[in-house]
Structure formats: structure tokens, C-alpha cells
Design a binder for this molecule. Structure first.
Ligand code: PMP
Length: 418
């Protein structure tokens, strides 16, 4: 069945899946003698020409260090670098660009908050609430902080279909809760969590909320002001941008009050042996030479994604997910893991009598790239009593034909394994 062609709106580019795929050169290759079917987008997305060209152009024509050069190339690099921050600021509807802190990715953004805000605000007896479906990068920094401070990390239970249990969450909310962390979308299951409700309820006991948006920003629009979250973190490489760059967004009053986390050049106002003063936002959190090409590449990725009507991209991705759910449920012994009706981008499954890593290896032999294992969510796997799953994850360029090829490849895998 062919993908529908979605009509343009306003001045947006038409969302035509064939031409979108043309923008991603890596997709035009064979793997193990088969055309590549790339279904590992939750791990990292591929990059469109617009991003590759922008990064290449930076290195070819204006590579220079930012903020401190007294010459043309440095001025140009600085203005592109700061324009990239402005672009990301608009992308998440931040009140100010200075609330956008460049990090290496979601992991570093979470660590920044744990080390800076956490060390200054979490004390003995405090509670940090963490849903069972979090990625390790949004569990381990809080465990480490809790051990250091004599605080407690308490899991928020998740149902059998992979949804956060809001009644159980309510029961855990008391005055000891100082922080709730939650991913916007689960990387292992694709569940879209009800973060607006979670934020409102957390704020009712004066707790702060950090949202891990690593799996959300590529799939739907995020508005940090509407959400009213305190911190929002994401990675560039899951958003069609380069690796090594990500974002921590924070409320200005919180960021202003937070101490620096890394120390060195760029983050200072003045240094002397009698004492050092720190730079203003966002620079006080950006010690050392930043990933200039990464920031510029990420802004190009956001420009690329936003050149389409995002509602149409989302509609296309939902169509692919629904198609996968319908088609793959035909496969004997296949069980979808995470059956919330509110999901995006991920089809996680197990097949009776097979091990996920065997399935993944045999799919790879047919050119189909998926991820297998615990997906850095071991507490979730423990909760669901699974050693791991096979995860097929989708992006804007995933087509129904990709799902057909996954189906065919799985049928062959089963002839071999079962
Ligand atoms: N959170 C979630 C939900 C993720 O999916 C990932 C990446 N798998 C991360 C955090 C960590 O992102 P990064 O490795 O880019 O820092």
C-alpha cells in the first residue's frame, strides 16, 4: 500500500514521503545485500542534506572560535552560533534565548540539573519521584544525588500496558517531594506520558519537574510555556541533527539561582587569584569551547523539520505506527509491548519462543535495522518481567513500505527460529 501524499498548508513544503526520503542520502544504500530499512530512529535519526551541508559549510567557510575573536570569521561563527540558540528558543517557545543552554545531549542536561540545581536544593529526607519507565540517564543521576544528600528516589508505578499510574503518583505526592522527573515519550515503548497533568500535580506540592524530551521533540510540537515545566531536556541527534549537541531549557528564575556546573573559560565574568565571578545566562553553564558546528547543525535540522507542516508530519508518523500495529499483529506469537493508545514513534515487541537479540540479528541480515535489549530501561523491563524487546522505531521518512519489509523479514526470521 502506498503512503498518502499530504497536502501543503500555508507556505509549508509539501509532505511527500518519496521526496522526504530523497533528502536523507544514507537511506539509499544496501545492507547485507538488501535495501536498508532503517528502524532504529529512537536510538538516533538520520540527517538530511540540509544538516550535512550546513555543518560542512561551517567547516569549509567560517570555522572559528566563538565570542572571543577580534576578526571576521569569529564574528560570523558567533552570529551563526547565537542565531542557532534563537532558533531553538523559538522551536520550544522559550520566553528568552538565554534560557537555552547547550549541552552534549539529554544525558548531560539531566546531569547538569542534578549537579547544580540538585546539589543546591535537595537535602536529607527529600524525595525525588521517577517513573518506572525512565531511561537510565534520568534515573542514575538522581540515585547518585540522593545517596550524596540522604534523599530518596521513589519509583512511580507503571501499568501493564506501559502507562504511568496517575493514582499511584498522587498517593506518592507529599511535602517531601522536591522533584519529579519524567520522560515526555518513553524510548522503550513510545508511550506519550501525560506530562501536563504530572506537572500540575507536582506543582501543587511545590515540587519542580524535569521533562526528558529526547523522544518527543522530533515527533510533535513542544511548548515549554504551555507545559509550564521547570526544565526540559533533549538531544540533537534524535531530532535529525548531529551527535554531541543537546539542550537544557530551564525557567529563568531557576537557572539564575543555580550555581555553575563546569568551570573554565567562557563561563566567567572575571578571574583573579582573589576570586572569580561568573558570566550571565546562558554562558555560566557553557564552560570551554562549545560544539559550534553541532549547534549550527541542530538549528538546520529544526529548520528542515519545521519547513513542513508539523501536524502533517505527525499524521504521517501516526499512520505508519497504526499500519505497523495492524500488519504486525498478524504474525503468530508476536506480542506488542506497551499498548497505550497514546503512543508515538515506537513499536516494541516480543515473539514467543525467540530471543530479541536473535530476532535483531536475523533482521539485520535482511537489511532491517532495529534495536534489541533493555533499551536503557532495565527497571521497566523488570516491571514487565521481560529480558528485553525488539524495538522498531520510526521517523518522518519511515514509509509503509518499510513496515512491509519488516513484516516480510520477520516472517523469514520465524521460519528460521520457531
Ligand atoms: N532519554 C531518553 C528517553 C532517550 O531515549 C535517550 C537516548 N536513548 C536519552 C535520554 C539519552 O540521550 P543521549 O544519549 O542523547 O544523551
Amino acid at each position: 500500500m502506498s503512503d498518502q501524499m499530504l497536502a501543503p498548508e500555508n507556505t509549508c513544503r509539501q509532505f511527500d514521503i518519496a521526496s522526504v526520503r530523497e533528502d536523507f542520502p544514507i537511506l539509499r544504500q544496501e545492507v547485507n545485500g538488501h535495501p536498508l530499512v532503517y528502524l532504529d530512529n529512537a536510538a538516533t535519526t538520520q540527517k538530511p542534506n540540509a544538516v550535512i551541508d550546513e555543518i560542512s559549510n561551517y567547516y569549509r567557510s567560517y570555522n572559528s572560535n566563538v565570542h572571543r575573536g577580534a576578526h571576521h570569521l569569529s564574528d560570523k561563527a558567533t552570529s551563526h552560533f547565537e542565531a542557532a540558540r534563537e532558533r531553538i528558543s523559538k522551536f520550544v517557545n522559550s520566553p528568552k534565548a538565554s534560557q537555552v543552554i547547550w549541552t552534549r545531549g539529554t544525558t548531560e542536561a539531566v546531569n547538569l540539573v542534578a549537579s547544580s540545581w540538585g546539589r543546591a536544593n535537595i537535602s536529607s529526607g527529600d524525595t525525588i519521584l521517577v517513573p518506572e519507565l525512565e531511561h537510565h540517564s534520568n534515573i542514575v543521576p538522581w540515585q547518585t544525588l540522593a545517596i550524596e544528600k540522604g534523599a530518596q528516589v521513589k519509583p512511580i508505578p507503571v501499568s501493564d500496558i506501559g502507562e504511568i499510574d496517575l493514582a499511584a503518583f498522587d498517593a506518592l505526592l507529599d511535602d517531601s517531594v522536591k522533584l519529579v522527573v519524567v520522560n515526555h515519550v518513553s524510548n522503550a515503548l513510545g508511550t506519550i506520558n501525560p506530562i501536563k497533568e504530572i506537572i500540575e500535580r507536582a506543582h501543587s506540592v511545590d515540587a519542580k519537574v524535569l521533562v526528558d524530551g529526547a523522544q518527543a521533540v522530533a515527533h510533535f510540537e513542544v511548548d515549554v510555556q504551555i507545559l509550564d515545566c521547570d526544565f526540559y531536556a533533549f538531544s540533537g541527534h534524535k531530532l535529525y541533527g548531529p551527535t554531541g549537541i543537546g539542550v537544557l531549557w530551564g525557567k529563568e528564575s531557576l537557572l539564575e539561582a543555580m550555581p555553575p556546573y563546569h568551570f573554565g573559560g567562557e563561563m566567567i565574568e572575571s578571574v583573579s587569584f582573589s576570586g572569580t565571578t561568573f558570566n550571565r545566562l546562558p554562558y555560566k553553564f557553557e564552560a570551554g569551547t562549545p560544539d559550534i558546528a553541532g549547534a549550527i547543525g541542530l538549528a538546520a535540522a529544526v529548520d528542515y523539520l519545521c519547513s513542513f507542516d508539523r501536524a502533517l508530519v505527525q499524521k504521517h508518523e501516526q499512520d505508519v505506527l497504526t499500519y505497523a500495529i495492524d500488519l504486525l499483529s498478524d504474525i503468530s506469537g508476536l506480542k506488542r509491548v506497551g499498548e497505550s493508545s497514546n503512543c508515538t514513534g515506537v513499536f516494541s515487541f516480543v515473539i514467543t519462543g525467540t530471543h530479541p537479540s536473535d530476532v535483531g540479528m536475523l533482521l539485520d541480515q535482511q537489511g532491517v535495522a532495529v534495536r534489541t535489549g533493555h533499551h536503557c530501561a532495565q527497571p521497566l523491563m523488570e516491571r514487565l518481567a521481560l529480558p528485553g524487546t525488539v524495538r522498531a522505531s520510526f521517523a518522518m521518512y519511515t514509509s509503509r513500505q518499510d513496515i512491509d519489509k519488516l513484516y516480510e523479514a520477520l516472517t523469514k526470521v520465524l521460519q528460521f527460529l520457531v
